[in-house]
Design a binder for this molecule. Structure first.
Ligand SMILES: Cc1cc2nc3c(=O)[nH]c(=O)nc-3n(C[C@H](O)[C@H](O)[C@H](O)COP(=O)(O)OP(=O)(O)OC[C@H]3O[C@@H](n4cnc5c(N)ncnc54)[C@H](O)[C@@H]3O)c2cc1C
Length: 417
């Protein structure tokens, strides 16, 4: 069977969709296979979650040409305040101290889906949208990956490409078909999310508070609202979800405190069971895993999508380079370079997130005192705080072009000159 594409991407969530847009004008024939119908706006990949985007992710979106449309929907995080309920000590990170205009931005995942949709509609030629279509079979040899997709109508199509990118989420059917093992650690925790209104303005401050139930984040949002992500032991989450609004509000007030005055309203709640998923390999043959398919993290540090977008930025750069030099986009050399480039960031971010969850979910008193001391130390030691802030902003390590807000087209222009 002859090749139908150079690159096939499975999964049109935020990660797969961003990669598809990043490869426009690269000269590669790209197909995006997504099980849900287009437009993407109402799919589960773009549900009620509210995302803290790092400054690095903002730059990636700038490079992709998406930021201009997302900016009016995004709220800047100017300060981060981390505290441990019932203990003294807090860590504060301020954008002025870091020399940046914002530490990150908060935006609704649904708004991001709408921006992706808008960009797909604006340039209908690229990428080819193969949706609704579910990948049902996959095989590969030395030269190509062949997949079977089932269209919404029930018809089956055979497609073949040099590279298959799995951006098909936590339960990744591609990863399963490839037989790549996954390490799964269940935290026994569930995140309860809702938008809340408060008496006082959030003033661009993101609060992370560790409570006896689990970590609680209040992120600054548009219209003066805050986005709540409140982690509970899974056995307590059902009761929390079933509470009426007044009881929920009272408990939240007690856990969060009065930094924003009274909590005046709580919107619709949703819940997500939390686990750490780490794929044993990030590529096999001509297939590569990115985003949640490769790594799914606890949302405590707000890093999951940010990490996925950094996968996109690196892979896009390597694929642009391959296209420009006429090289095979699915070669073992290219995929090994991708894996190598991403390794340190992935290990650090997954390890650091896991460490925070375990450290702050443990009620053992000596540990609680050590934690409080740790928050004070970070607060008083600018070099340590600065290093942590750079990590959280996604600015540590070697940055691909997109991570610097530049489009790969600029690199091509430089090569050409
Ligand atoms: C409560 C909560 C809060 C969070 N907060 C943050 C935050 O503040 N900051 C942050 O960076 N991250 C955050 N995250 C993480 C973030 O939401 C995810 O990392 C991100 O949305 C994953 O995107 P993805 O595109 O990799 O996967 P998904 O969004 O799961 O997309 C996968 C896509 O693949 C498609 N698909 C699956 N199988 C097939 C198939 N066989 N054929 C075709 N298509 C298929 C699906 O339909 C889906 O559209 C949070 C997560 C949670 C749960």
């Amino acid at each position: 069977m002859s090749l139908t594409h150079d690159v096939l991407i499975v999964g049109g969530g935020m990660v797969g969709g961003s990669l598809a847009l990043a490869l426009r004008r690269s000269g590669l024939r790209v197909g995006l296979i997504e099980a849900r119908p287009f437009p993407t706006g109402n799919a589960p990949a773009f549900d009620d979650r509210v995302i803290a985007l790092s400054l690095g992710s903002r730059r990636i979106m700038q490079g992709l040409g998406l930021w201009e449309d997302l900016a009016p929907e995004a709220t800047a995080i100017r300060r981060i305040h981390v505290s441990d309920r019932g203990h003294f000590g807090a860590t504060r990170i301020d954008c002025a101290d870091e020399g940046v205009e914002a530490l990150g931005y908060v935006a609704e995942l649904r708004a991001m889906g709408a921006v992706l949709t808008h960009h797909f509609e604006r340039d209908e030629a690229e990428p080819e949208l193969i949706m609704p279509a579910t990948l049902v079979d996959l095989e590969q040899d030395a030269d190509a990956v062949r997949v079977t997709v089932e269209r919404g109508s029930g018809e089956r199509d055979e497609l073949a490409a040099r590279l298959l990118v799995a951006a098909d989420g936590t339960h990744s059917p591609v990863r399963e078909r490839l037989g790549i093992a996954v390490q799964r650690e269940d935290y026994g925790q569930t995140a309860v999310i809702a938008n809340v209104a408060t008496e006082r303005s959030h003033d661009g401050v993101a609060y992370e508070r560790f409570t006896e139930h689990g970590p609680l984040a209040m992120l600054p949002m548009s219209d003066g609202r805050c986005s709540l992500v409140w982690t509970h032991r899974s056995e307590d989450a059902e009761a929390r979800m079933a509470q009426d609004d007044d009881a929920f509000r009272a408990d939240l007030q007690q856990a969060f405190g009065w930094r924003l005055g009274a909590i005046t309203r709580v919107g619709r709640r949703a819940s997500y069971p939390l686990a750490l998923w780490r794929s044993a390999a990030d590529y096999q043959g001509r297939c590569v895993l990115i985003g949640n398919a490769a790594h799914t993290l606890h949302p405590v540090a707000g890093q999951g999508l940010n990490l996925g977008l950094r996968d996109v930025a690196v892979l896009a750069e390597l694929l642009w380079e391959a296209a420009h030099r006429g090289r095979d986009p699915g070669s073992a050399v290219l995929l090994a370079r991708f894996s190598e480039w991403r390794r340190a960031d992935l290990r650090f971010t997954a390890g650091y997130t896991d460490f925070l969850v375990r450290l702050f979910s443990n009620p053992w008193p000596p540990l609680a005192h050590a934690r409080a001391a740790g928050l004070i130390v970070v607060d008083r030691l600018p070099p340590l705080r600065h290093a942590l802030a750079r990590r959280n902003m996604g600015l540590a390590g070697r940055q691909p072009l997109l991570g610097r807000g530049l489009s790969p087209l600029e690199r091509i222009a430089r090569w050409a000159s």
